[in-house]
Design a protein around this ligand. Structure first.
Ligand SMILES: CC(C)(COP(=O)(O)OP(=O)(O)OC[C@H]1O[C@@H](n2cnc3c(N)ncnc32)[C@H](O)[C@@H]1OP(=O)(O)O)[C@@H](O)C(=O)NCCC(=O)NCCS
Length: 166
């Protein structure tokens, strides 16, 4: 299946919303907030990178990256997520293609690195690690992962954009 990764366009907004709802609906950890978070990030101007995967003319996946604060550092770090692939299109490499392209764009734009809350079994393949120096509320350290692009590691309390807290 040929998949093209490209930035979101105006006409993609509805599909991104529906796709995000469908992808997270079966997940036990989901509270259904992911699609509204993407909308709020977009409205706030915090949707730094928003990519869709297109196959056969249809959007099959989406990933968002937004600015985060780490300790007193409020510049240069970005959070990965939400990331979604339609349930019947998962496990075909689409999520990986979206994530790799997003990380490449952040690197090319001089970002310091990327962080996320997620399953280490999945995100380890992209180079994300939990070294215990980055923390998020009272979450176990293994779920709080970072991928520095430069020499400086992620160190301190992680805070996401306001859209994540509404
Ligand atoms: C997570 C997600 C975007 C991955 O997209 P994808 O296109 O299926 O991913 P890929 O095909 O690139 O990679 C598939 C691999 O990821 C693994 N994987 C997928 N979701 C995973 C998860 N939540 N935890 C651990 N591993 C996961 C699969 O087991 C598979 O591993 P394998 O290659 O060793 O068999 C997709 O599964 C999805 O939309 N999930 C529901 C929403 C979600 O959970 N988003 C992430 C929240 S942190």
């Amino acid at each position: 299946m040929a998949v093209i990764i490209r930035p979101e366009q105006l006409g993609d907004v509805r599909v991104i919303h529906d796709l995000t709802i469908a992808a997270f609906e079966p997940m036990s950890f989901s509270d259904g907030s992911e699609a509204p978070i993407i909308t709020a990030l977009r409205n706030d101007g915090d949707l730094t990178v928003s990519l869709v995967a297109v196959s056969g003319g249809d959007i099959v996946g989406h990933v968002a990256f937004s600015p985060v604060t780490i300790g007193a550092e409020s510049h240069g770090w970005y959070g990965l997520g939400p990331v979604s692939v339609w349930p019947d299109k998962q496990r075909q490499g689409i999520g990986s293609a979206l994530i790799n392209e997003g990380l490449a764009i952040l690197r090319a734009n001089g970002a310091k690195g990327c962080v996320l809350i997620g399953d280490p079994a999945y995100y380890g393949r992209f180079g994300f690690r939990s070294d215990g120096n980055l923390s998020y509320q009272d979450l176990p350290a293994q779920y709080v992962q970072s991928l520095p692009f430069q020499s400086e590691p992620a160190n301190g309390q992680l805070k996401f954009s306001p859209a994540f807290n509404r």
